[in-house]
Design a binder for this molecule. Structure first.
Ligand code: SAM
Length: 293
């Protein structure tokens, strides 16, 4: 990631959650904090989608369609990851590490984390941006520690140890929406670090993309549209770098001590939860795996 001002994909996923809050899967999905984390121009897009009033102009319309499409992806993935945090054998773990946290609001919206030490790991630029947006808002967690780490350069284990992470405590790791932006070597190194640091009873929840030519074409089209609209693409600083088949990912996790107990596409999760039908490559080819140690 090269962004100076923070991750733009993190803003997009936050917009998706803000769009869905109270309007999709009521009773199953809520993120009332997401809208508060957005800047006024980013929140305007959310309001337009929620009102169903597409703006004029190519660039504004692209932002509208991206936020709208993102909302339908965020609902199943957020519900499934939240469930995996809550339903861990033994209950909510005493440590939660959010790898590539972006504008994730779990520490501010989940009262279940009152007995949990939360570590938000993210690229330093994204983390600076988030802290600025939070403006000191207190979390609901037992403690919240920001740990700046660039997965392409820094040592995760050292950074977490310095931040007070306890290797003796069971930990839930949530790695959501980050793996596609890392090289296979960076994914392996991060998984290895999580494996080294995980006590028995730990759980890793990971969202990844399976190989899919249609989604790659979709990203290419979005980039071309951005270029035509003279806008910098959301994915300019975070190009897609890795895709995994379920067996390949399960093998990597097994090497580092995690056994996959569940692996579903977001489409399968949507169907299992009875969410309104959504089609598209991004929901069929994104998978959420839960792996336990
Ligand atoms: C799509 S956002 C996902 C954010 C959040 N997990 C969510 O689901 O909303 C991608 C996140 O990956 C982080 N990221 C991308 N490349 C990274 C790197 N090399 N090191 C650390 N974080 C990185 C970005 O900073 C950003 O927060």
């Amino acid at each position: 990631m090269r962004a100076e001002g923070g991750s733009r994909t993190a803003v997009l996923t936050c917009q998706g959650r803000a769009v869905a809050d109270g309007s999709s899967a009521a009773g199953r999905f809520a993120d009332a904090v997401a809208a508060d984390l957005l800047r006024p121009d980013e929140r305007l897009v959310v309001e337009q989608v929620r009102a169903g009033t597409p703006p004029k102009g190519v660039a504004a319309r692209m932002a509208y369609e991206s936020a709208k499409a993102c909302a339908s992806v965020m609902v199943p993935r957020t519900i499934a990851a939240d469930d995996a945090i809550r339903d861990r054998p033994g209950g909510v773990a005493s440590q939660l590490v959010l790898l590539g946290a972006g504008l994730d609001a779990r520490a501010w919206r989940m009262p279940e984390l009152a007995g949990t030490d939360v570590f938000e790991v993210d690229h330093p630029a994204s983390q600076r941006d988030k802290r600025d947006r939070l403006a000191g808002r207190p979390s609901l967690a037992r403690s919240l520690t920001f740990v700046p780490v660039d997965f392409s350069r820094d040592k995760l284990a050292e950074a977490l140890a310095a931040a007070g992470f306890q290797t003796s405590e069971p930990t839930t790791w949530v790695w959501e929406g980050v793996v596609p932006y890392l090289t296979p070597a960076e994914v392996s190194a991060t998984t290895a670090a999580a494996g080294e640091l995980s006590a028995p009873g730990s759980r890793l929840v990971v969202l990844y993309l399976t190989p899919n030519a249609r989604a790659s074409v979709g990203v290419l089209v979005a980039r071309t549209m951005s270029a035509l609209a003279r806008q910098r693409s959301v994915w300019a600083d975070e190009p897609r770098r890795s895709a995994w088949t379920p067996p390949k990912l399960a093998a990597l996790l097994a090497t580092h001590g995690f056994a996959v107990t569940r692996d579903e596409s977001l489409l399968a999760i949507s169907e299992r939860l009875g969410l309104p039908g959504t089609r598209g490559a991004s929901i069929a080819h994104a998978h959420l795996a839960v792996a336990d140690r």
